[in-house]
Write a protein that binds this ligand. Structure first.
Ligand code: GLN
Length: 453
């Protein structure tokens, strides 16, 4: 049984060479996986090769967050979720490229250069966990971890044609995940099937005393039950809340609804009246949290230090931070500092908090009527590399359908539902109430059984 795994791990350097143009990987850690193979425990993930996003700590390996400020940093400890993968017998072979500090929707804001979409190398793979999505989509690994603050697992999963789950906030420990916006961040899973996504999710879910926001909810094994799947009540968005959606994605959305109705599932329209304010609230709250979380990278406590003979303390801070962070991270730190500044705090931050509560209320109302909400994952197909880097607002809009669930802290998963123009993948999103991951997996498997050829 272990022979094929050994061969596959041994083949990683050559396979990476072959796909080096996609730039999905920051570090090849397969030699350590090969060395540790004999000692690896037998577990649910023993047959799986895995990748992890480079904002997850693994003791003894670099963790750059694709930022110059962390180049040369070696993790002194291992993130809980990463340790759980190892404990379940998984083999970690690569650390993956990403948007710097997980801020972005295209994996272009990396100090290592942009990641490319495997379906068309001129296009972005989505972000910020683009590298993790790509290594799963190409088959280099079986599954990968990413982090999802506002869509960073779901959106690249849609752009690359694979499954991408953002669990309920608090479901997976954030210990050892470099923080972006702590009240949103969740570690998520990429895989090429519902079953593998569920297995990896089960390995990493659960309470962790080292993350005070992690939940003590029990984790139940997932077994597909067609009857249970067909008993789920489904909510869909009314046409007015789908404005701006690419017509081909809309068409696939309608086809999936027709499939569900054909399976006898009760389907009804569900409005999310406040979701339209999601993007604005998200970019106020997350930048506020980021400005605080990233204050530690000052060249003194953390991060690369820039110091000349005549540097005073102030210039060590400014020089280290200006050269260590890329433009998008700097933009967010400035925005976040501004929205928290005296006199503006209530105008921006306070109002955004109220919007967050309203959106949570929308979902509470929705899940009193349905078990699953089906929405698009992204408003568009993957866009061309370079086409949106100078237009941050346009880039932010690609999170239109993913940020409401992040504001509410509920689980959501992008599932591949075939291809559209030029063979590009289409993803749709399933979401459920807090800790309702199992319903998502049931529905996902029902759809997978139908659509997988
Ligand atoms: N694209 C979103 C952003 O730029 C989401 C990022 C994420 O989920 N980490 O903030």
């Amino acid at each position: 049984m272990t022979q094929p795994v050994r061969d596959r791990i041994a083949g990683i350097p050559a396979a990476l060479q072959e796909q080096s143009a996609l730039n999905a990987v920051i570090a090849d850690i397969s030699p350590a996986a090969l060395d540790g193979l004999e000692a690896a425990p037998e577990g649910a993930l023993s047959q799986l090769l895995l990748g992890i996003k480079d904002n997850l700590n693994l003791a003894g390996s670099a963790a750059t967050c694709a930022s110059r400020t962390l180049q040369g940093y070696i993790s002194t400890y291992t993130a809980t979720a990463v340790q759980q993968l190892l404990d379940a017998g998984g083999h970690l072979v690569v650390k993956t490229n990403m948007d710097e500090f997980a801020m972005g929707s295209s994996s272009e804001y990396s100090c290592f250069g942009p990641v490319h979409n495997p379906h068309d190398a001129d296009l972005v793979p989505g972000g910020s966990s683009g590298g993790s999505a790509v290594v799963v989509a190409t088959g280099l690994v079986d599954a990968a971890l990413g982090s999802d603050t506002g869509g960073s697992v779901r959106q690249p999963a849609a752009f690359c044609g694979i499954y991408g789950l953002k669990p309920t906030y608090g479901r997976v420990s954030r210990y050892g995940l470099v923080a972006f916006a702590s009240s949103f961040d969740q570690i998520g899973v990429f895989a090429r099937s519902t079953g593998t996504t569920a297995s990896v999710y089960q390995a990493i879910a659960g309470h962790d005393a080292r993350d005070s926001t992690s939940a003590p909810e029990p984790v139940r094994p997932f077994e597909f039950d067609g009857q249970r799947a067909r008993s789920l009540r489904v909510g869909i968005l009314p046409p007015a809340e789908l404005a701006g959606l690419d017509p081909e994605i809309l068409e696939r959305y309608r086809e999936l609804i027709a499939f569900m109705e054909g399976e006898g599932l009760p389907v009804q329209e569900i409005s999310l009246p406040h979701a339209g304010h999601g993007i604005a609230a998200y970019y106020i709250l997350t930048t506020a949290e980021a400005s605080s979380n990233l204050a530690r990278f000052d060249g003194i406590r953390y991060g690369r230090r820039l110091q000349t003979a005549d540097s005073d303390l102030e210039s060590v801070y400014t020089d280290s931070r200006s050269s260590g962070f890329g433009p998008e991270v700097q933009r967010r730190i400035m925005l976040g500092t501004y929205v928290l500044s005296a006199g503006y705090m209530d105008k921006y931050y306070g109002r955004a908090q109220r919007v967050r509560r309203s959106i949570q209320g929308d979902f509470t109302a929705a899940f009193s009527e349905v078990d699953i909400l089906l929405t698009p994952t992204t408003p568009t197909f993957p866009f061309a590399i370079g086409s949106q880097v100078d237009n941050p607002l346009a880039m932010y809009l690609s999170d239109l359908f993913t940020v409401p669930m992040s504001l509410a802290g509920i689980p959501a998963m992008s599932i591949p539902v075939g291809q559209g123009r030029n063979g590009l993948p289409i993803g749709l999103q399933l979401c459920a109430t807090t800790f309702g991951e199992e319903s998502i997996f049931q529905m996902s498997q029902l759809i997978e059984n139908q659509f997988q050829t």
